[in-house]
Write a protein that binds this ligand. Structure first.
Ligand SMILES: C[S@@+](CC[C@H](N)C(=O)[O-])C[C@H]1O[C@@H](n2cnc3c(N)ncnc32)[C@H](O)[C@@H]1O
Length: 317
C-alpha cells in the first residue's frame, strides 16, 4: 500500500469548509491517523499556524511524522489516547485553539494490517487495540468473558441480532481450541448465524457487527469519546469549530447528545424553578446535523458510506 494514498481522508472538503483554517491559526487533529486531514489543515494554517496531531497508534504517529516532516515545528505529534486531549494540548502550547477535528474509528492502514486483526480477512492474532501497549487484546476477551457477557457485548456494542447464538458458538469452540485469528472468528460467526435472504442490496459480512463490538470494547471507545469532546470544547476559543466524523450510530448518538447538552448549558432537573448549576451554553450546531458524504465521494471511497459529520461552534463565555 502506498503510504501517501493508503487512507483517503473522509469528507475532507466539508471539514475544511467547517474549520476554515487561516494562516496563523492553531488546530488540533485528535485522530491524526495517516495525516490526510492534517495535511490539508496545515496547508491552509501555515505559515505561522500550528497543528497538534494525536493518535493512540504508534505506527500511525511514525508514518505521519514522515509524511508531515516538511512542516517542521508547525507540527507537534503525540502518541496517546485523545481522552487526554486537554492535558496534551496545554503542555504542547495549544491551550487555546481555533479548531478540533475528530475522525473516529479506524484507518484503512489498520484495517488492512493482517497483524492487528481488525478484519475477518486477517490471518493475524486477534488484537484490535489502537495502542498495542495498553488494555486487553480481543483474543483475551473472547477467551475469558462468559456466555452472558459475550452476548451483552455483541448486543450493546454491535447491535447484533444473533448475539446469543454467536456467544454460544464461541464458548463451544473455545472449550476445544482457542480462537486465534480474524479469519477464524469471521468463519465461526458466519457459520453460527442463519443465512440471510438475498435482497439485491449490498450485504455486509455476517461478522461485521461482532468485529465492531470487540473493537469498541477493547478500545473503550464509547467511554473515552465524551471525555475527549469535553476536553476539546475547553480548548476552543470563542467561534472555534469542533468537527466530529463518526461511522456508526452508537458513536454518532454520543456526539449528538453531547452537542445538545452543551447547547442547552443548564443541567438542573426540570423540577427546579430556577437554575442552580450556573452552566451556560458553550456550543451552537453549525449547518445540517449530521452531514453525509456526497454520492461521488462514496463511489470513490466506500469507507465513507457510513460517515456522519457534526460541526459545532464555540460560544463566547
Ligand atoms: C479514521 S482514522 C483517522 C484518519 C485520518 N483522519 C486521516 O486522514 O488519515 C482514525 C484514527 O483514530 C485513532 N484513534 C481511535 N481511537 C483513538 C483514541 N481514543 N485516541 C487517539 N486516537 C484514536 C486510530 O488509531 C486511527 O488512526
Amino acid at each position: 500500500m502506498n503510504e501517501e494514498e493508503g487512507h483517503l481522508p473522509v469528507m475532507v472538503e466539508e471539514v475544511m469548509a467547517a474549520l476554515s483554517p487561516v494562516p496563523g491559526s492553531f488546530q488540533i487533529d485528535a485522530t491524526v491517523g495517516g495525516g490526510g486531514h492534517a495535511l490539508r489543515v496545515l496547508e491552509a494554517a501555515t505559515p505561522r499556524g500550528r497543528l497538534l496531531g494525536v493518535d493512540a497508534d504508534p505506527e500511525a504517529i511514525a508514518r505521519t511524522r514522515r509524511r508531515l516532516a516538511r512542516y517542521g515545528d508547525a507540527v507537534v505529534l503525540r502518541q496517546a489516547s485523545f481522552e487526554r486531549i486537554d492535558e496534551l494540548a496545554r503542555s504542547a502550547g495549544f491551550g487555546q485553539v481555533d479548531g478540533v477535528v475528530f475522525d473516529l474509528g479506524l484507518s484503512s492502514h489498520q484495517l488492512a494490517d493482517p497483524e492487528r486483526a481488525f478484519s475477518f480477512r486477517a490471518e493475524g492474532s486477534l488484537d484490535m487495540r489502537f495502542d498495542p501497549t495498553r488494555g486487553v487484546p480481543a483474543r483475551e476477551l473472547l477467551a475469558t468473558l462468559d456466555q452472558p457477557e459475550l452476548t451483552d457485548l455483541f448486543r450493546r456494542y454491535g447491535e447484533e441480532p444473533h448475539a446469543r447464538r454467536i456467544a454460544a458458538a464461541i464458548v463451544e469452540r473455545r472449550a476445544r481450541e482457542p480462537i486465534r485469528t480474524g479469519v477464524e472468528l469471521g468463519d465461526l460467526v458466519a457459520a453460527a448465524v442463519p443465512p440471510t435472504r438475498p435482497t439485491g442490496r449490498r450485504r455486509i459480512h455476517p461478522a461485521t457487527r461482532v468485529f465492531q463490538a470487540l473493537r469498541i470494547a477493547v478500545n473503550r471507545e464509547l467511554e473515552v469519546l465524551p471525555v475527549a469532546l469535553a476536553g476539546a470544547v475547553d480548548l476552543l476559543r470563542p467561534d472555534g469549530r469542533l468537527c466530529v466524523i463518526s461511522y456508526h450510530s452508537l458513536e454518532d448518538r454520543i456526539v449528538k447528545r453531547f452537542v445538545a447538552a452543551e447547547r442547552r448549558g443548564c443541567v438542573c432537573p426540570p423540577t427546579l424553578p430556577v437554575c442552580v448549576c450556573g452552566r451556560a451554553p458553550r456550543l451552537a450546531p453549525v449547518g445540517p446535523q449530521p452531514r453525509r458524504p456526497s454520492d461521488a465521494e462514496v463511489a470513490g471511497n466506500p469507507r465513507a458510506r457510513s460517515a456522519r459529520l457534526r460541526v459545532a461552534r464555540r460560544l463566547a463565555a
